[in-house]
Design a protein around this ligand. Structure first.
Ligand SMILES: [Fe+2]
Length: 344
C-alpha cells in the first residue's frame, strides 16, 4: 500500500493551516470554503502534496493510499453520534474535516448526491441502530458486501475517501482488486461488453432521507430533490446496459457491485461469477486508526466491511467519507451550476 506517515513538523504545519482556516469557515459544507479549499490545499506540506499527486498520476496497482499521523482530539470531537441527520459535530470535528477535505482536493473535487445523507458533502459512517441489519455503511450486523461505490451511476466517484475519527473495536475495512490471471481471455472480452444492468443500492433510497429534510421538501421544496429521487427510481426500473471492465485491456478499470448487478445472458453471468470469486478470495483487511485518511481508487478497487457488534453508546467506530471526482464537468448536466457540487 502507498502510505505516508506525517512527521511532527508536518503535523504542526497541517494543524496551523487548519486552525487558521477554521477561524474563517465554520462548516466545510459552506460554498465559500469549498471554493477556496483547493487553493488552501496548496499550502499543505510539499511531501503530502507530492504523495497525493503521485498517487493520482501513477495509479499504482494497489489502488489505495493512506496518510496517517494526524492527531484526533478524542474529547473535542465528542461521542460517536446516533444518527447523521443532526450534524452535531459540524464544529467539534471541524479541524479534522478540513484536513480531510484539503487532502481530498489534491485528488479531485468533492461532490455529493441529493439522494444520499441529505445531500451533504461530508458523510458519516457509524452504526445506526435502526439500520442494524441493512446493507448500508451505517449497518453493522451484516457484512457490507464489497462494491464499487455508486456503481450504478455514470458520475460515480473516482476516489472514495475515508477519515477515521474513532475505531476502538478495530473494525476492518475490506478492500479488493483485480487478478486477471484468474480469468480466461474470453471472460475478459465478455466483461468489456455492455451486458450488465446495475441498479442503485439502498443508500440512495428515499426511506433513508431524514425527517427534517423530508418536511422541508414537503413544505418549501422546489421539486429538485423530488426529481433526484425520481431519477433513482428510473435507474432502478430501467438501468443502462454497462460493461464491468473499461479502459485499457491489460490493466482495466472496473465497475463492480455483484449484489446489484443483473447479467443479461448466461455467458455474462459466468464471467461475472468468475470475476467476483477471484476478487472475493483476495480481499484484504485494513484497520483504520484515528487520524488516518484513506483514499480508495474507485476505478480499480472495491471495498466493503465485515459485520461487527455495535454498542450504540457513543464509542462506536466513526469514519467520515468523501466522494471525489477528477472532473466536475463530467456531471455538468446533473448539477444546478458550475460550482454546485450536488448531483440531482
Ligand atoms: Fe461504499
Amino acid at each position: 500500500m502507498w502510505a505516508l506517515s506525517l512527521s511532527a513538523h508536518e503535523v504542526e504545519a497541517v494543524q496551523d493551516l487548519t486552525r487558521e482556516i477554521a477561524l474563517e469557515h465554520r462548516s466545510i459544507e459552506n460554498a465559500e470554503f469549498m471554493r477556496r479549499a483547493t487553493v488552501y490545499a496548496h499550502e499543505l506540506p510539499r511531501r503530502i502534496r507530492q504523495f497525493l499527486s503521485d498517487f493520482k498520476l501513477l495509479e499504482p496497482a494497489c489502488g489505495t493510499c493512506l496518510i496517517s499521523g494526524y492527531p484526533v482530539d478524542n474529547r473535542r470531537i465528542g461521542k460517536t453520534p446516533a444518527h447523521w441527520k443532526w450534524r452535531l459535530d459540524g464544529e467539534t470535528s471541524l479541524e479534522e474535516q478540513i484536513v480531510f477535505v484539503l487532502y481530498g482536493c489534491l485528488l479531485g473535487d468533492p461532490f455529493a448526491w441529493a439522494t444520499q445523507q441529505d445531500g451533504h458533502l461530508m458523510h458519516d459512517v457509524f452504526p445506526i441502530e435502526s439500520n442494524r441489519d441493512e446493507q448500508l455503511s451505517t449497518g453493522s450486523e451484516q457484512d457490507l458486501w464489497w462494491h464499487t461505490e455508486d456503481a450504478f451511476h455514470q458520475h460515480r466517484a473516482d476516489y472514495v475517501g475515508l477519515m477515521c475519527l474513532r475505531n476502538l473495536d478495530r473494525v476492518p475495512t475490506m478492500i479488493g482488486g483485480l487478478d486477471l490471471s484468474r480469468l480466461s481471455q474470453e471472460q475478459i472480452d465478455v466483461l468489456f461488453e455492455p451486458r450488465y444492468l446495475i441498479t442503485p443500492d439502498e443508500s440512495h433510497s428515499e426511506k433513508n432521507e431524514s425527517d427534517l429534510r423530508k418536511s422541508v421538501r414537503e413544505h418549501d421544496g422546489d421539486g429538485i430533490i423530488d426529481s433526484a429521487y425520481e431519477e433513482i427510481k428510473k435507474l432502478s426500473c430501467a438501468p443502462l446496459r454497462v460493461p464491468i471492465f473499461f479502459g485499457r485491456r491489460q490493466t482495466p478499470y472496473v465497475c463492480l457491485d455483484p449484489h446489484f448487478t443483473r447479467p443479461l445472458d448466461d455467458e455474462a453471468s459466468r464471467a461475472l461469477n468468475a470475476l467476483a470469486q477471484s476478487v472475493d478470495e483476495n480481499m484484504q483487511e485494513i484497520v483504520l486508526q484515528p487520524g488516518d485518511c484513506f483514499f480508495i481508487d474507485n476505478y480499480r478497487i472495491v471495498h466493503g466491511r465485515k459485520a461487527f457488534k455495535a454498542r450504540y453508546d457513543g464509542t462506536d467506530r466513526w469514519l467520515k467519507r468523501l466522494n471525489l471526482t477528477r472532473d466536475l464537468r463530467k456531471s455538468h448536466g446533473a448539477r444546478a451550476g458550475c460550482e454546485m457540487r450536488v448531483i440531482v
